[in-house]
Design a protein around this ligand. Structure first.
Ligand code: ADP
Ligand code: ZN
Length: 724
C-alpha cells in the first residue's frame, strides 16, 4: 500500500493536509518537506505517515527540504500551543518554522582572496605591495588585504581580474564558540553555592508533572544570575544544551559580557533583530547540537534543540513574555510545557515572582529555591515616601522639594541619581486653553503625546504622528496650546534648569538613534559618565549601574488605577525593581517615592520592604475574587471598522454564550482602548472556576456562535495579561 503523509503547513490552517509519498521517498514525522498548495509550492512538516489507500487522488509530496527536522517534543509543543491558545495549528507551527526568508536566500557567503601563484601581468608598486602581503598564501577578505598592503580596493580587484589573486569562499565563522563550563570564576557564597546545588539536583520531570520546575527567588543583587549560570555550566558539562530566556530589552551587551566572564565566550543570541542567514545558521547549529547555549527573547523557545537539558526564564514575572498578537501565548508558561516534553528542568528566576509562580511554589507544584539578601551583605536601599499632598512641587514643576534636595545631595557626593517616570515623550496631553480642544489620535481613542525632540504629537498606540501646530487647529488661537502632565522629556527640562552644569541623559525605548546608540548610552551610564538618568521602565530592568545611589520615583501611583486585575502586582514589581537599582555598587543606596496615596497597600508594602506581606495579601485577594491562579480568565476581542457592527457581533456572541455552571461571561463592553488603528474594539471576558476546561468551552461557544464576516475579527486571548 502506498504511504500517505499528513503535512502541517505554517499558515493559518487548523489541520494537516494529506499528500501521497512518492515512490523512493521515505519520510518520518518531523521532516521538513516541500508540497504543492493550490497553484504554488510551499514548505510544511510531516505530522504523521501511514500506509493507507490514498484513493489515488492525493497530490504527491514534492520532496524533502534541507532543514533540521522538528523533534517530537517540539511537535508536541506546537500541538499543545495550538490547543491551549486556540490558534490554528499551522500558526502555532509558524512559531517553530518560518517560511523561507527570501532576503536570506539572496545573501551570499563572504569571499576571500589568496595568491594564485601566477605573477601579475602588469607589475606596479601598488600591486607589488599586495602580492608581498599575500605571499604567505593565507586567505584574507579583500578589504582586509587592501588595508594591510596600504592600497585601494581597486588594486586588489585588478589582481583578481588578472589572475594573480584567486577568490575563495571564506569559511563562515561559527555562530558561537563553545562555552567553557570550567572557565575560572568568582567563588560563590555559601548560600549561593547551596542554591546552585539545589538547581543542579533538579530531577527531570516526567511528561505528566511539573516537578522539574523551580522558582529561583532572590532580591536584585542576590546573585541569581551567578547561581543559574552554575546550572547552565552543569548542563554543558553533561553534553546537553541550555536555553536562557530574557525579556528582549534585558538582552544587553552587559549581560553577554557577564556570560563571557563566566564561560569565556559570548553565547549565541536570538531575538527579533536577528535576520537572514544568521537566523538559519543558529537554527542549524542548535539542531545539530553544535550550539550549546542560546540566550534569547521569547521566540527562542521554539528553536529546534537537539538535546535540551535546561531552560531558564529570567525575570519570569515580566509581562513582555506574553505575546499579544497572532498566537497569544505566554513564553514562561510554554517554557514549563516544553520542559515537560523535553524532560528537562525549568528554572524561573525573579526578585518579584508573579503571583502565579509564587502560588505554584507554595503549593509544592514548583520547587522553591531562595537566595537570602544581597551578595556581600550589601544593604537593600532604604525606601521612603514623599507625600505629594504635603510636599507639593512648585507650580508647573514635578519634582517635590525633598526630591530636589536629595538629588542635590547625591550629586554633591559625586554619585548618580535616577529619576523614574514610566511615560515617554514630553507631555501625555496637549490642550488648547482658548477653546478646550484636546489633541487625539485620528485612528485610536488615545491622546497624542507631545515629543519635543521630534517636534511632533505622537500616538503611542499606532504610531500616528503630526507636527505640533503653531496655532490651535480648532479655534486658531496662537500661544494657547498647553502641555498637560509630565513625560520623561519634560522632567529632563526641569532637571536641566535645576542642575544646569550636570550631565543628564534620558533613556526610553524611543531613544533617538536606535538600539545600538541606546546600548552605548547604557554603558556610559554604567561607567558613571553621567550625573542624572531620567528613564522609563527601560532602565528598571536588568541593568547594573554601580554609581547609582539615589532612585527617585516620580509618580508611584501611575499604574494603580488601570482597572487591570494585575495592577497591584505590576506596580509592586516595577517599583521594587526600579528602587532595587540603587546601591548595587560600593556605596549604599536609597529610594524616594512620590505618591498621593502613601497608605495604599502596594506603596505601604514597598516602603516597609516587606514583600512577604504584599504576596500574602495579594494572594488572598485573588483567591477571594476567584482570579488567576485560583480561577481562569479568557478574553474575546471583537474588532471591526464600524463600531455598530463590532458591538452587534459581540452581542450576538454573548447571546449564545450559554455558560455552564462555574463559567461566567461578561460583556461585551467597549474596550478601554476603544479604537485602535481605525478598528473599534469590544471585549468579552470569560471567568471560570479553576477546574474548568476553558478551551473546550470556548471552542464549543465559537462553533455555535456567528462567524465574523467582512472586516470583523475575533481575537482569542487565554490568560490575558492586558485588559486594554
Ligand atoms: P541578581 O541576578 O540576583 O540580580 P546578580 O547575579 O546579577 O544578581 O549579582 C549581583 C551583583 O553581585 C553582580 O554584579 C555580580 O557580579 C555580583 N556577585 C554576585 N555573586 C557574586 C559572587 N559570589 N562573587 C562576586 N560577585 C558576585
Ligand atoms: Zn493611534
Amino acid at each position: 500500500m502506498p504511504a500517505v503523509a499528513d503535512i502541517l503547513i505554517p499558515l493559518a490552517l487548523d489541520t494537516a493536509y494529506s499528500y501521497a509519498v512518492p515512490h523512493g521517498l521515505t519520510l518520518a514525522a518531523g521532516d521538513v518537506v516541500q508540497v504543492p498548495l493550490g497553484p504554488r509550492e510551499t514548505i510544511g512538516v510531516v505530522w504523521g505517515v501511514e500506509e493507507r489507500a490514498s484513493g489515488g487522488n492525493l497530490r504527491p509530496v514534492t520532496g524533502r527540504v534541507e532543514a533540521p527536522p522538528l523533534s517530537e517534543p517540539l511537535r508536541k509543543l506546537v500541538d499543545w500551543l495550538a490547543r491551549y491558545t486556540l490558534a490554528p495549528k499551522g500558526s502555532a507551527l509558524a512559531m517553530a518554522l518560518r517560511l523561507p526568508d527570501e532576503a536570506a536566500q539572496r545573501e551570499t557567503s563572504r569571499i576571500g582572496v589568496r595568491a594564485s601563484g601566477r605573477p601579475a601581468s602588469r607589475p606596479t608598486t601598488a600591486r607589488g605591495k599586495v602580492l608581498a602581503v599575500a605571499a604567505d598564501g593565507a586567505v584574507r577578505g579583500k578589504s582586509a588585504l587592501a588595508k594591510e598592503a596600504g592600497v585601494s580596493l581597486s588594486v586588489v580587484d585588478g589582481l583578481i581580474d588578472d589572475g594573480a589573486l584567486e577568490a575563495v569562499a571564506l569559511v563562515p565563522e561559527p555562530v558561537a564558540l563553545p562555552p567553557d563550563p570550567d572557565h575560572p570564576r568568582v567563588p560563590l557564597s555559601e548560600a549561593q553555592a547551596e542554591a546552585a546545588r539545589d538547581l543542579i539536583a533538579a530531577p527531570s520531570p516526567s511528561p505528566a508533572e511539573t516537578g522539574g520546575t523551580i522558582l529561583l527567588e532572590g532580591v536584585t543583587g542576590s546573585g541569581k544570575t551567578e547561581v543559574y549560570f552554575e546550572a547552565v555550566a552543569e548542563c554543558v558539562r553533561d553534553g546537553r544544551q541550555a536555553l536562557v530566556l530574557m525579556p528582549e530589552i534585558a538582552l544587553t551587551a552587559q549581560f553577554l559580557d557577564r556570560f563571557a566572564g563566566r564561560f569565556g565566550v559570548r553565547p549565541a543570541t536570538w531575538h527579533s533583530g536577528i535576520g537572514g542567514k544568521r537566523r538559519e545558521r543558529i537554527r542549524a547549529g542548535v539542531a545539530s547540537g553544535e550550539v550549546s547555549v542560546v540566550v534569547g527573547a521569547r521566540s527562542a523557545l521554539f528553536l529546534p534543540f537537539a538535546r535540551l537539558g535546561l531552560i531558564v526564564v529570567d525575570e519570569e514575572h515580566e509581562s513582555a513574555y506574553k505575546q499579544e498578537d497572532g498566537v497569544h501565548y505566554h513564553a514562561r508558561d510554554m517554557a514549563v510545557v516544553r520542559g515537560r516534553f523535553e524532560r528537562c528542568p525549568v528554572v524561573l528566576a525573579s526578585a518579584t515572582p508573579s503571583i502565579e509562580s509564587r502560588v505554584n511554589a507554595q503549593s509544592g507544584r514548583y520547587r522553591h529555591v531562595s537566595l537570602p539578601g544581597r551578595f556581600g551583605g550589601r544593604p537593600l536601599p532604604d525606601i521612603k515616601a514623599i507625600d505629594m499632598r504635603l510636599d507639593k512641587p512648585e507650580v508647573g514643576r514635578f519634582l517635590s522639594p525633598p526630591m530636589v534636595n536629595a538629588v542635590k545631595a547625591t550629586l554633591a557626593a559625586g554619585e548618580q541619581a535616577l529619576l523614574f517616570l514610566n511615560r515617554r515623550g514630553y507631555a501625555p496631553l496637549t490642550l488648547c486653553r482658548a477653546c478646550g480642544h484636546r489633541y487625539q489620535c485620528r485612528n485610536c481613542s488615545t491622546w497624542l503625546v507631545e515629543h519635543r525632540f521630534r517636534r511632533a504629537l505622537v500616538c503611542h498606540q499606532c504610531g500616528y504622528a503630526e507636527r505640533k501646530p503653531e496655532a490651535c487647529t480648532e479655534c486658531g488661537a496662537f500661544d494657547h496650546l498647553t502641555p498637560c502632565g509630565p513625560g520623561v522629556e519634560r522632567i529632563a527640562e526641569e532637571a536641566a534648569e535645576l542642575f544646569p552644569d550636570k550631565r543628564i541623559v534620558v533613556l526610553s525605548s524611543d531613544f533617538p538613534g536606535g538600539a545600538e546608540r541606546l546600548r552605548q548610552e547604557l554603558e556610559t551610564v554604567a561607567a558613571g559618565e553621567c550625573d542624572i538618568v531620567i528613564g522609563t521602565q527601560l532602565v528598571a530592568k536588568g541593568h547594573n549601574f554601580p554609581h547609582l545611589t539615589l532612585v527617585g520615583v516620580l509618580d508611584a501611583d501611575i499604574g494603580l488605577t488601570t482597572g487591570d486585575p494585575r495592577a497591584a502586582e505590576r506596580t509592586f514589581q516595577l517599583l521594587q525593581q526600579v528602587t532595587g537599582r540603587a546601591g548595587r555598587g560600593e556605596r549604599p543606596g536609597r529610594a524616594l517615592v512620590q505618591t498621593y496615596q502613601p497608605d495604599h497597600p502596594v506603596i505601604a508594602a514597598l516602603l516597609s520592604g516587606d514583600a512577604e506581606r504584599f504576596y500574602e495579601e495579594e494572594i488572598s485577594a485573588r483567591e477571594a475574587a476567584g482570579l488567576p491562579p485560583f480561577g481562569r480568565l479568557a478574553a474575546l476581542i471583537v474588532s471591526g471598522e464600524e463600531r455598530e457592527k463590532a458591538e452587534a457581533h459581540g452581542q450576538a456572541l454573548a447571546r449564545v454564550a450559554d455558560p455552564p455552571p462555574g463559567v461566567m461571561v461578561l460583556g461585551p463592553a467597549e474596550a478601554p482602548l476603544a479604537l485602535v488603528r481605525g478598528r473599534w474594539r469590544f471585549r468579552l471576558l470569560v471567568k471560570t472556576e479553576r477546574g474548568i476546561d476553558v478551551q473546550s468551552y470556548l471552542r464549543d461557544w465559537l462553533a455555535r456562535g456567528p462567524k465574523p464576516r467582512g472586516n470583523l475579527k475575533v481575537a482569542i486571548d487565554v490568560d490575558p495579561q492586558s485588559f486594554l
